[in-house]
Design a protein around this ligand. Structure first.
Ligand SMILES: *Cc1c(COP(=O)(O)O)cnc(C)c1O
Length: 365
């Protein structure tokens, strides 16, 4: 170590300011009775500053509320922004757990590197979740299939219109109670094949969790909705399947092999990685490789593909019911693997089954 380097501390000294207008427990209970997704927020948020001079500093937990920005803030013009999405689960013993947070911390930093943003040491990322749960733990719902969605994010705050990486950033964590994604039971989704629009290009930002990728997916998503579909699936330039733009995709073959696209244009989901691990534990063969659209369509037609499902933190695992495009509509075969993997994964997340891979991380202790 040279004399100018200081080692990264294990912990930050957070300053905690309580929200004097925090919701009453009666108001909170009313929200938690039917939280939906992404509409209600807890009483506090984490806020840490970064500057080129001072590194990470001013770690705070403060009342949830508006962030004041200079109109020239770089994020508003050049979109330096990255985020994560994870959940906190209430176990039967009252404990609050999250799932593989070190994977989210690592991915956050991979995204940050791609967007020329500073990396947040993993221990600070995880400490930030603990600090928020310490004040807002009562917001983690207790009903089946509910959770507290955690949204860490970072963006460029420097007021400067020149094009270069900003020298000031803010890291935040907000939290939003989430109801069951499928209140009436899991329903297969209909998928529209986007042939006109791409989500990401080779060498682009497809592997980073950044808002710009989502902005680019909204128009094709609207096209899907016009066609009566729930979701859109994207192809790469060679005609291979990428992902749904917010969920990864997995195909199940007749012989039990699971096949999933592998490419630097898709976001590597932690749900997908976990589901494939559980399947491998059961003896399934896993193939991560390019999956041409023709392989999907022909596989369904011939009976070689027996299931297709999408996966991500929000909806966990969703069977695909139909693939539609201009000129065809392929009904998808329905099997039982997606639902049994979904059950196994959610059982682990909610503490109903042994966590043999050590994926759970307690947040309230
Ligand atoms: C977050 C995300 C996923 C799913 O990742 P998980 O870690 O499983 O939640 C898939 N695709 C995109 C584009 C994403 O942003």
């Amino acid at each position: 170590m040279t004399s100018t380097e200081t080692p990264t501390p294990e912990r930050l000294a957070f300053q905690v300011t309580r929200n004097l207008a925090a919701k009453s427990s009666a108001d909170r209970d009313q929200i938690l009775a039917d939280p939906g997704f992404g509409s209600f927020f807890t009483d506090h948020m984490v806020d840490i500053c970064w500057s080129a001079k001072g590194g990470w500093h001013r770690p705070r937990v403060q009342p949830y509320g508006p962030i004041s920005l200079d109109p020239a803030a770089a994020v508003l013009h050049y979109a330096q922004e990255v985020f994560e999405g994870m959940k906190a689960y209430r176990h039967a013993d009252g404990g609050i757990y999250t799932f593989r947070p070190e994977q989210n911390a690592k991915r956050f930093n991979r995204s940050a590197r791609r967007l020329s943003m500073p990396e947040l040491p993993e221990q600070f990322f995880i400490q930030a979740l603990h600090e928020l749960i310490a004040v807002d733990g009562d917001w983690v719902p207790t009903q089946a299939d509910q959770s507290l969605y955690l949204r860490p994010f970072m963006f460029a705050k420097e007021a400067f219109l020149g094009v270069r990486p900003a020298n000031k950033y803010g890291f935040y964590v907000i939290a939003s109670p989430a109801g069951s994604y499928f209140p009436g039971g899991v329903k297969p989704v209909s998928i529209w094949l986007s042939e006109r629009y791409a989500r990401a290009a080779k060498g682009g930002t497809g592997a980073a969790k950044t808002g710009g990728n989502y902005a680019a997916s909204l128009l094709p998503q609207a096209e899907a909705a016009e066609q009566g579909c729930d979701q859109v699936v994207f192809l790469d330039a060679t005609g291979s399947i990428e992902e749904l733009g917010g969920m990864n995709i997995v195909f199940v073959k007749k012989d039990g092999t699971l096949v999933t696209p592998d490419s630097d244009t898709i976001l590597e989901g932690i749900t997908r990685d976990s589901v494939l691990q559980l399947a491998a534990d059961r003896g399934h063969t896993i193939e991560r490789r390019a999956v041409p659209l023709s392989e999907w369509r022909d596989g369904v037609a011939s009976g070689e593909i027996v299931e297709a499902f999408a996966c991500g933190t929000a909806a966990v695992i969703t069977p695909i019911g139909v693939l539609k495009a201009d000129g065809f509509s392929d009904e998808q075969p329905q099997g039982s693997l997606a639902s049994s993997l979904r059950e196994e994964l959610t059982d682990i997340q909610y503490g109903r089954r042994e966590d043999r891979h050590g994926w759970l991380h307690r947040l309230d202790a």
